[in-house]
Ligand binder design. Structure first.
Ligand SMILES: Nc1nc2c(ncn2[C@@H]2O[C@H](COP(=O)(O)OP(=O)(O)OP(=O)(O)O)[C@@H](O)[C@H]2O)c(=O)[nH]1
Ligand SMILES: [Mg+2]
Length: 325
Protein backbone atom coordinates (compact mmCIF):
# COMPACT_ATOMS: atom_id res chain seq x y z
CA UNK A 1 0.00 0.00 0.00
CA UNK A 2 1.27 3.47 -0.86
CA UNK A 3 2.45 5.22 2.27
CA UNK A 4 1.64 8.88 2.67
CA UNK A 5 4.39 10.08 4.83
CA UNK A 6 8.01 10.57 4.22
CA UNK A 7 9.18 8.58 7.22
CA UNK A 8 7.58 5.52 5.74
CA UNK A 9 8.45 6.06 2.09
CA UNK A 10 11.79 5.77 0.36
CA UNK A 11 12.35 9.47 -0.18
CA UNK A 12 16.09 9.75 -0.36
CA UNK A 13 17.80 9.74 -3.69
CA UNK A 14 19.94 6.67 -4.40
CA UNK A 15 23.70 6.90 -4.75
CA UNK A 16 23.38 8.25 -8.30
CA UNK A 17 21.01 10.96 -7.10
CA UNK A 18 17.98 9.34 -8.77
CA UNK A 19 14.72 9.59 -6.91
CA UNK A 20 12.34 6.63 -6.75
CA UNK A 21 9.54 6.75 -9.34
CA UNK A 22 6.77 7.57 -6.88
CA UNK A 23 8.77 10.41 -5.34
CA UNK A 24 9.61 11.77 -8.79
CA UNK A 25 5.87 12.11 -9.42
CA UNK A 26 5.43 14.14 -6.26
CA UNK A 27 8.45 16.30 -7.11
CA UNK A 28 7.10 17.14 -10.54
CA UNK A 29 3.62 17.90 -9.15
CA UNK A 30 5.14 20.33 -6.65
CA UNK A 31 7.29 21.85 -9.42
CA UNK A 32 4.22 22.41 -11.57
CA UNK A 33 1.84 23.49 -8.80
CA UNK A 34 4.27 25.97 -7.29
CA UNK A 35 5.54 27.46 -10.53
CA UNK A 36 3.99 30.87 -9.87
CA UNK A 37 5.66 31.21 -6.49
CA UNK A 38 8.96 30.12 -8.04
CA UNK A 39 8.57 32.68 -10.86
CA UNK A 40 7.88 35.43 -8.35
CA UNK A 41 10.95 34.54 -6.35
CA UNK A 42 13.02 34.33 -9.48
CA UNK A 43 12.00 37.87 -10.47
CA UNK A 44 12.85 39.14 -7.00
CA UNK A 45 16.18 37.35 -6.86
CA UNK A 46 17.22 38.73 -10.23
CA UNK A 47 20.93 38.18 -10.65
CA UNK A 48 21.55 37.33 -6.98
CA UNK A 49 22.31 33.69 -7.53
CA UNK A 50 23.21 33.89 -11.21
CA UNK A 51 26.66 35.33 -10.91
CA UNK A 52 28.86 33.71 -8.28
CA UNK A 53 30.15 36.21 -5.73
CA UNK A 54 31.11 36.60 -2.11
CA UNK A 55 28.06 37.69 -0.19
CA UNK A 56 27.88 40.83 1.93
CA UNK A 57 25.20 42.76 3.82
CA UNK A 58 23.90 44.38 0.62
CA UNK A 59 23.39 40.88 -0.79
CA UNK A 60 21.40 39.87 2.30
CA UNK A 61 19.24 42.96 2.05
CA UNK A 62 18.35 42.20 -1.55
CA UNK A 63 17.71 38.57 -0.69
CA UNK A 64 15.48 39.63 2.18
CA UNK A 65 13.37 41.75 -0.12
CA UNK A 66 13.06 38.97 -2.69
CA UNK A 67 11.83 36.48 -0.10
CA UNK A 68 9.26 38.95 1.17
CA UNK A 69 7.75 39.30 -2.31
CA UNK A 70 6.81 35.61 -2.15
CA UNK A 71 4.76 36.31 1.00
CA UNK A 72 7.25 35.04 3.51
CA UNK A 73 6.95 37.52 6.35
CA UNK A 74 9.80 39.60 7.64
CA UNK A 75 10.24 37.69 10.92
CA UNK A 76 10.50 34.43 9.04
CA UNK A 77 12.89 35.90 6.49
CA UNK A 78 15.12 37.20 9.29
CA UNK A 79 15.21 33.84 11.05
CA UNK A 80 16.05 32.15 7.77
CA UNK A 81 18.91 34.52 7.07
CA UNK A 82 20.24 35.05 10.59
CA UNK A 83 22.41 31.94 10.72
CA UNK A 84 23.94 32.96 7.38
CA UNK A 85 24.50 36.55 8.45
CA UNK A 86 26.26 35.26 11.56
CA UNK A 87 28.63 33.17 9.47
CA UNK A 88 29.53 36.24 7.41
CA UNK A 89 29.87 38.40 10.51
CA UNK A 90 32.22 35.78 11.94
CA UNK A 91 34.45 36.45 8.99
CA UNK A 92 33.52 33.45 6.87
CA UNK A 93 33.72 34.09 3.16
CA UNK A 94 30.43 32.78 1.83
CA UNK A 95 29.84 32.33 -1.88
CA UNK A 96 26.37 33.02 -3.26
CA UNK A 97 25.98 29.38 -4.28
CA UNK A 98 26.80 28.29 -0.73
CA UNK A 99 24.38 30.85 0.58
CA UNK A 100 21.65 29.34 -1.57
CA UNK A 101 22.47 25.87 -0.25
CA UNK A 102 22.33 27.08 3.35
CA UNK A 103 19.08 28.92 2.67
CA UNK A 104 17.58 25.70 1.34
CA UNK A 105 18.70 23.88 4.49
CA UNK A 106 17.26 26.55 6.77
CA UNK A 107 13.95 26.37 4.92
CA UNK A 108 13.92 22.60 5.26
CA UNK A 109 14.56 22.82 8.99
CA UNK A 110 11.75 25.29 9.37
CA UNK A 111 9.30 23.10 7.49
CA UNK A 112 10.25 19.82 9.09
CA UNK A 113 7.73 19.68 11.91
CA UNK A 114 7.00 16.19 13.23
CA UNK A 115 3.49 15.13 12.35
CA UNK A 116 1.37 12.15 13.37
CA UNK A 117 0.72 9.37 10.86
CA UNK A 118 -2.14 9.90 8.49
CA UNK A 119 -4.79 8.59 8.69
CA UNK A 120 -4.94 8.37 12.48
CA UNK A 121 -4.92 4.90 13.99
CA UNK A 122 -8.25 5.07 15.85
CA UNK A 123 -11.14 3.14 14.30
CA UNK A 124 -13.29 4.80 13.41
CA UNK A 125 -11.25 7.97 13.33
CA UNK A 126 -12.97 11.33 13.08
CA UNK A 127 -11.32 14.10 11.09
CA UNK A 128 -12.68 17.65 11.18
CA UNK A 129 -11.92 20.06 8.38
CA UNK A 130 -12.39 23.65 9.45
CA UNK A 131 -11.65 27.07 8.03
CA UNK A 132 -13.06 30.33 6.74
CA UNK A 133 -15.47 30.52 3.80
CA UNK A 134 -14.47 29.23 0.41
CA UNK A 135 -10.98 28.01 1.26
CA UNK A 136 -11.67 24.55 -0.18
CA UNK A 137 -12.86 22.45 2.77
CA UNK A 138 -15.51 20.48 0.92
CA UNK A 139 -13.34 19.90 -2.14
CA UNK A 140 -10.49 18.78 0.12
CA UNK A 141 -12.81 16.35 1.94
CA UNK A 142 -13.66 14.84 -1.45
CA UNK A 143 -9.96 14.64 -2.37
CA UNK A 144 -9.16 12.96 0.95
CA UNK A 145 -12.05 10.52 0.58
CA UNK A 146 -10.77 9.65 -2.89
CA UNK A 147 -7.25 9.06 -1.59
CA UNK A 148 -8.39 7.05 1.40
CA UNK A 149 -10.70 4.90 -0.69
CA UNK A 150 -8.00 4.15 -3.24
CA UNK A 151 -5.77 3.09 -0.33
CA UNK A 152 -8.34 0.53 0.71
CA UNK A 153 -9.82 2.43 3.66
CA UNK A 154 -13.56 2.87 4.20
CA UNK A 155 -14.28 6.59 4.48
CA UNK A 156 -17.60 8.24 5.35
CA UNK A 157 -18.62 11.81 4.62
CA UNK A 158 -20.40 13.74 7.36
CA UNK A 159 -22.29 16.78 6.08
CA UNK A 160 -22.03 18.98 9.16
CA UNK A 161 -22.21 22.15 7.09
CA UNK A 162 -25.95 22.56 7.44
CA UNK A 163 -25.81 26.28 6.87
CA UNK A 164 -26.74 26.16 3.18
CA UNK A 165 -28.69 23.52 1.25
CA UNK A 166 -26.11 23.85 -1.52
CA UNK A 167 -23.35 22.77 0.85
CA UNK A 168 -25.10 19.48 1.61
CA UNK A 169 -25.80 18.95 -2.10
CA UNK A 170 -22.16 19.60 -2.96
CA UNK A 171 -21.03 16.87 -0.59
CA UNK A 172 -23.81 14.54 -1.81
CA UNK A 173 -22.58 14.96 -5.36
CA UNK A 174 -19.10 13.89 -4.25
CA UNK A 175 -20.57 10.99 -2.31
CA UNK A 176 -22.28 9.70 -5.48
CA UNK A 177 -19.28 10.31 -7.71
CA UNK A 178 -16.80 8.67 -5.37
CA UNK A 179 -19.24 6.02 -4.17
CA UNK A 180 -18.50 6.93 -0.59
CA UNK A 181 -21.41 6.92 1.91
CA UNK A 182 -22.66 10.15 3.45
CA UNK A 183 -24.57 11.07 6.60
CA UNK A 184 -26.63 14.24 6.28
CA UNK A 185 -29.62 15.99 7.76
CA UNK A 186 -31.81 18.79 6.48
CA UNK A 187 -30.48 22.31 5.96
CA UNK A 188 -30.61 24.30 9.18
CA UNK A 189 -30.15 21.21 11.40
CA UNK A 190 -27.80 21.52 14.38
CA UNK A 191 -24.32 20.65 13.03
CA UNK A 192 -23.51 18.90 16.33
CA UNK A 193 -26.44 16.59 15.82
CA UNK A 194 -25.09 15.67 12.36
CA UNK A 195 -21.71 14.96 13.94
CA UNK A 196 -23.37 12.75 16.55
CA UNK A 197 -25.37 10.80 13.98
CA UNK A 198 -22.43 10.62 11.58
CA UNK A 199 -19.99 9.19 14.10
CA UNK A 200 -22.56 6.74 15.48
CA UNK A 201 -23.14 5.55 11.92
CA UNK A 202 -19.38 5.28 11.36
CA UNK A 203 -19.14 3.02 14.39
CA UNK A 204 -22.08 0.86 13.36
CA UNK A 205 -21.01 0.46 9.74
CA UNK A 206 -17.39 -0.36 10.43
CA UNK A 207 -16.16 2.80 8.72
CA UNK A 208 -12.43 3.55 9.06
CA UNK A 209 -12.43 7.32 8.78
CA UNK A 210 -15.27 9.83 9.13
CA UNK A 211 -14.51 13.07 7.32
CA UNK A 212 -16.51 15.89 8.83
CA UNK A 213 -17.29 18.84 6.56
CA UNK A 214 -17.96 22.02 8.52
CA UNK A 215 -19.42 25.35 7.46
CA UNK A 216 -17.05 28.13 6.52
CA UNK A 217 -16.89 30.58 9.38
CA UNK A 218 -15.17 33.80 10.19
CA UNK A 219 -12.55 33.20 12.82
CA UNK A 220 -13.58 36.46 14.43
CA UNK A 221 -17.21 35.40 15.05
CA UNK A 222 -17.49 34.22 18.64
CA UNK A 223 -20.71 32.19 18.26
CA UNK A 224 -19.45 30.30 15.25
CA UNK A 225 -16.25 29.36 17.01
CA UNK A 226 -18.29 28.20 20.03
CA UNK A 227 -20.37 26.05 17.69
CA UNK A 228 -17.19 24.41 16.47
CA UNK A 229 -16.13 23.63 20.03
CA UNK A 230 -19.54 22.09 20.70
CA UNK A 231 -19.20 19.88 17.62
CA UNK A 232 -15.83 18.69 18.88
CA UNK A 233 -17.24 17.96 22.35
CA UNK A 234 -20.06 15.93 20.85
CA UNK A 235 -17.59 13.99 18.70
CA UNK A 236 -15.62 13.15 21.84
CA UNK A 237 -18.74 11.78 23.49
CA UNK A 238 -19.35 9.33 20.65
CA UNK A 239 -15.76 8.24 19.98
CA UNK A 240 -12.97 8.27 22.50
CA UNK A 241 -10.34 10.85 21.60
CA UNK A 242 -12.41 12.35 18.76
CA UNK A 243 -11.89 14.48 16.81
CA UNK A 244 -8.64 12.66 16.13
CA UNK A 245 -7.57 15.36 13.72
CA UNK A 246 -8.57 19.00 13.45
CA UNK A 247 -7.23 20.15 10.13
CA UNK A 248 -7.38 23.84 9.34
CA UNK A 249 -7.74 24.56 5.65
CA UNK A 250 -5.95 27.70 4.48
CA UNK A 251 -6.25 29.28 1.05
CA UNK A 252 -2.72 30.11 -0.09
CA UNK A 253 -3.97 33.17 -1.96
CA UNK A 254 -5.08 34.74 1.34
CA UNK A 255 -1.61 35.94 2.23
CA UNK A 256 -0.81 37.20 5.68
CA UNK A 257 -4.41 37.03 6.95
CA UNK A 258 -3.77 33.30 7.27
CA UNK A 259 -1.81 34.02 10.45
CA UNK A 260 -4.90 35.32 12.23
CA UNK A 261 -6.88 32.31 11.04
CA UNK A 262 -4.41 29.83 12.49
CA UNK A 263 -4.28 31.78 15.71
CA UNK A 264 -8.03 31.98 16.27
CA UNK A 265 -9.02 28.54 15.00
CA UNK A 266 -6.19 27.23 17.14
CA UNK A 267 -7.80 28.82 20.17
CA UNK A 268 -11.09 27.03 19.44
CA UNK A 269 -9.65 23.60 18.61
CA UNK A 270 -6.28 21.92 19.08
CA UNK A 271 -5.11 21.97 15.46
CA UNK A 272 -3.27 18.82 14.39
CA UNK A 273 -2.32 20.14 11.01
CA UNK A 274 -2.81 22.58 8.18
CA UNK A 275 -3.91 21.95 4.64
CA UNK A 276 -2.89 24.69 2.25
CA UNK A 277 -5.05 24.84 -0.87
CA UNK A 278 -4.86 26.70 -4.18
CA UNK A 279 -1.08 26.73 -4.21
CA UNK A 280 -1.35 26.34 -7.98
CA UNK A 281 -3.07 29.68 -8.44
CA UNK A 282 -0.77 31.92 -6.48
CA UNK A 283 2.68 33.40 -6.18
CA UNK A 284 2.15 33.56 -2.41
CA UNK A 285 3.21 30.00 -1.60
CA UNK A 286 5.85 31.42 0.73
CA UNK A 287 3.16 31.83 3.38
CA UNK A 288 3.73 28.12 4.04
CA UNK A 289 7.13 28.91 5.55
CA UNK A 290 5.74 31.64 7.75
CA UNK A 291 2.95 29.40 9.04
CA UNK A 292 5.40 26.62 9.86
CA UNK A 293 7.81 29.07 11.48
CA UNK A 294 5.32 30.93 13.64
CA UNK A 295 2.92 28.17 14.67
CA UNK A 296 4.91 24.95 14.43
CA UNK A 297 1.75 23.18 13.26
CA UNK A 298 2.67 20.61 10.63
CA UNK A 299 1.50 21.16 7.09
CA UNK A 300 -0.11 17.89 6.18
CA UNK A 301 -1.41 18.31 2.64
CA UNK A 302 -1.33 20.82 -0.15
CA UNK A 303 -3.92 21.46 -2.82
CA UNK A 304 -2.18 21.85 -6.16
CA UNK A 305 -5.20 22.05 -8.46
CA UNK A 306 -8.93 21.55 -8.82
CA UNK A 307 -8.94 17.91 -9.89
CA UNK A 308 -9.76 15.14 -7.42
CA UNK A 309 -6.19 13.82 -7.45
CA UNK A 310 -4.71 17.30 -6.88
CA UNK A 311 -4.12 16.92 -3.16
CA UNK A 312 -0.71 15.76 -2.08
CA UNK A 313 0.98 15.02 1.21
CA UNK A 314 3.23 17.91 2.08
CA UNK A 315 6.85 17.10 1.45
CA UNK A 316 9.25 19.75 2.74
CA UNK A 317 12.07 18.87 0.34
CA UNK A 318 9.84 18.83 -2.72
CA UNK A 319 8.36 22.14 -1.61
CA UNK A 320 11.70 23.88 -1.14
CA UNK A 321 13.06 22.48 -4.40
CA UNK A 322 9.93 23.74 -6.16
CA UNK A 323 10.05 27.31 -4.89
CA UNK A 324 13.77 27.99 -5.03
CA UNK A 325 14.64 28.86 -8.61
N1 LIG B 1 -7.04 25.86 -8.06
C1 LIG B 1 -7.48 25.27 -6.95
N2 LIG B 1 -8.75 25.41 -6.58
C2 LIG B 1 -9.18 24.81 -5.46
C3 LIG B 1 -8.32 24.03 -4.65
N3 LIG B 1 -9.02 23.58 -3.60
C4 LIG B 1 -10.28 24.04 -3.75
N4 LIG B 1 -10.40 24.79 -4.86
C5 LIG B 1 -11.58 25.51 -5.38
O1 LIG B 1 -12.04 26.43 -4.40
C6 LIG B 1 -13.44 26.64 -4.52
C7 LIG B 1 -14.10 26.55 -3.16
O2 LIG B 1 -14.03 25.21 -2.71
P1 LIG B 1 -14.99 24.59 -1.60
O3 LIG B 1 -14.48 23.24 -1.35
O4 LIG B 1 -16.43 24.73 -1.97
O5 LIG B 1 -14.68 25.54 -0.37
P2 LIG B 1 -15.30 25.48 1.10
O6 LIG B 1 -14.23 25.85 2.03
O7 LIG B 1 -15.97 24.19 1.32
O8 LIG B 1 -16.37 26.66 1.00
P3 LIG B 1 -17.57 26.97 2.06
O9 LIG B 1 -18.19 25.67 2.41
O10 LIG B 1 -18.47 27.88 1.30
O11 LIG B 1 -16.92 27.66 3.22
C8 LIG B 1 -13.92 25.59 -5.52
O12 LIG B 1 -14.11 26.23 -6.77
C9 LIG B 1 -12.77 24.60 -5.59
O13 LIG B 1 -12.69 23.95 -6.83
C10 LIG B 1 -6.93 23.90 -5.07
O14 LIG B 1 -6.08 23.27 -4.42
N5 LIG B 1 -6.59 24.55 -6.22
MG1 LIG C 1 -17.87 23.73 1.95
Amino acid sequence: MFKWFKKESPESPDTEGNRPQQTKGLWSKFQKGLSRTRERLKEGLGELFVVERIVDEAFFEELEEALITADINIDTVRSLLNPLRLKVKDGQLLKSSECKRYLREEMLKMLSIPSPAFPPLARPAAIFLVGVNGVGKTTTIAKLAYRLKSEGYKPLLVAADTFRAAAIEQLETWSRRLEVPIVKQTPGADPSSVVFEGLKAAQKRGVDIALVDTAGRLHTKYNLMEELKKMARVAGKVLEGAPHENLLVIDATTGQNALRQVELFGQALPLTGLIITKMDGTAKGGITLTLAHLFKVPIRFVGLGEKIEDLDPFEAEAFVDAILP
